[in-house]
Design a protein around this ligand. Structure first.
Ligand SMILES: [Zn+2]
Length: 501
């Protein structure tokens, strides 16, 4: 007598209302398995059951499924029984793992569902099973996408995230004073040079726990880092699509701020812990550490001027350093500081220029350029009729797919017809999406970013300004003033050459 395993699974997405979910559903699925076993005349070794999980969510481990695969591989069982095939394998890759085992087994094997058997040892059986699983996967993906779209709608609306509270808040809206205090203190400490590792150690000593900290433990290092980078701190809303989350695990929310069409971030309706500038400053500091990792900590206490290293000496090409005029002098009163070619840095030592006028000039030119970018994109968007048309096509495809699904549900489409139709629509969808992407999203992102930088420029810290500047400017070459000097005379923009990237 063939010994088989029964598989039952309660899923939370994409169900078609077949009464096989929830507690009663499991009981029914088990009954299905035993009924099948009786009809096939085989013995059920055990029931493998994964509860309240979705095979579609790839990162979710189905422990009993894994055990069943092992048992099948090792010959503990020689078959699987289930209510239907998508209970067993929602992902094509699950099915492929099973197929491998069935193909290599040198013993009689069974793969049976209440909807029929699949002989995975033959090409026909495998083909059929693959189609079923592909379609089931598709339904599930659609359902997941619907949920994702709903979440995005809430995100752009500034609704607080559903579910768990975030560190720093008592609930979805109200600040937790103690945790918020820890965050503010940590921000100040980090900006003064404290390492996140040290903050983590201090928090651990205080017994700090995050919303996801396992019982008996204190908050982990990566959670501390995540807490400090959380856009929620200043009311910004991030939205990380489910697919991205599943693909990459913990994702940096800073990369996924929800913006309005004009490029301004969506602000949530909850109490905030930091001001947007404060938060940006913190994130910039953390980013800067990431990029200059390798222990290269030269002169961390020296404040970098806006153009240190960006401005270069036209005579020798060395990046300029900055110095402060002597107190009490006219230059000190007027300008405060200057840039100069420093011999100790390998420069010629022959060039110096007052700082503020140079900075003002370069900032103005940069902002003008950004304004132009923002404007160009705006006008390019105005004749976006082609994009609008493509979007209309996408809507139509969505409707066609829904129609196909309805026809299939009513049995007016055969499985093969349905599969063919869905594939055709998906190909069309893919092509249209590509088109939309090239028409709209790429330039708009750039444009909205440029508009945002212009708007927020005055609130930027020196470090932030430097970062934006080096994105588009390779160097600012300062030419010598010649006789008479530029120091005392009027500011001469012709002595400043901006080298764009
Ligand atoms: Zn020089």
């Amino acid at each position: 007598m063939l010994v088989v395993g029964g598989y039952t699974r309660v899923s939370d997405t994409g169900q078609t209302g077949d009464g096989r979910d929830g507690h009663e559903g499991v009981v029914r699925q088990r009954e299905d398995v035993y009924g099948l076993a009786q009809a096939k005349g085989c013995t059920v070794h055990r029931i493998y059951q994964d509860n309240d999980t979705s095979a579609y969510k790839r990162r979710v481990q189905r422990t009993d499924f894994e055990m069943m695969v092992r048992d099948l591989e090792h010959g503990v069982i020689s078959g699987i029984l289930a209510y239907n095939i998508d209970r067993i394998a929602r992902q094509p890759r699950d099915l492929e793992r099973l197929i491998d085992i069935y193909e290599q087994a040198r013993r009689p094997m069974l793969f049976a569902t209440t909807a029929g058997d699949h002989d995975l040892t033959t090409a026909d059986g495998r083909f059929q099973a693959r189609i079923y699983v592909t379609i089931a996967n598709k339904f599930s993906a659609d359902a997941a996408r619907r949920v994702a779209r709903q979440r995005l709608a809430e995100a752009t609306d500034g609704e607080p995230h559903k579910g768990q509270r975030a560190f720093g808040w008592k609930n979805l809206e109200q600040v937790d004073d103690w945790e918020a205090g820890l965050i503010r203190k940590a921000r100040e400490d980090v900006l003064l040079g404290k390492r996140v590792g040290t903050v983590h150690r201090e928090w651990a000593e205080l017994g700090v726990r995050g919303p996801q900290t396992p019982p008996g433990r204190t908050i982990g290092y990566s959670s501390v880092l995540y807490v400090l980078r959380n856009p929620r701190l200043c009311g910004y809303r991030a939205y990380i699509p489910q697919e991205v989350r599943e693909r990459s695990g913990r994702v940096d929310p800073v990369e996924y701020l929800v913006e309005r069409t004009d490029g301004t971030p969506v602000r949530g309706r909850w109490e905030t812990i930091l001001e947007p500038e404060e938060w940006r400053e913190l994130v910039n500091e953390l980013d800067a550490r990431k990029s200059s990792g390798n222990g290269r900590k030269k002169g961390s206490t020296v404040t970098k001027r806006l153009m240190t290293g960006i401005a270069r000496c036209a005579l020798c090409g060395t990046g300029l350093s900055s110095g402060t005029y002597q107190r009490g002098t006219v230059s000190y009163e007027r300008y405060g500081f200057y840039y100069y070619c420093r011999a100790a840095d390998g420069g010629c030592g022959k060039l110096a220029r007052s700082g503020p006028p140079v900075e003002k000039h370069v900032e103005n030119v940069l902002l003008d350029s950004l304004r132009t970018q923002a404007h160009d994109v705006k006008s390019a968007q105005d004749d976006g009729s082609e994009a609008a048309e493509a979007k209309e096509t996408l809507k139509q495809i969505e409707a066609d797919k829904a129609e196909a699904r309805r026809l299939r549900a009513d049995d007016l489409f055969s499985l093969a017809e349905f599969a063919r139709e869905i594939r055709r629509l998906e190909e069309k969808e893919g092509r249209t999406r590509e088109k939309v992407a090239t028409l709209v999203s790429a330039p708009r992102r750039v444009g909205s970013a440029a508009a945002r930088i212009v708007r927020e420029w005055e609130t930027y810290t020196v470090e932030m300004k430097r970062r934006e500047m080096t994105r588009s400017i390779e160097a600012v070459v300062i030419k010598p003033a010649g006789k008479g000097g530029a120091q005392r005379g009027a500011f001469r923009p012709d002595l400043i050459e901006i080298v764009w990237k």
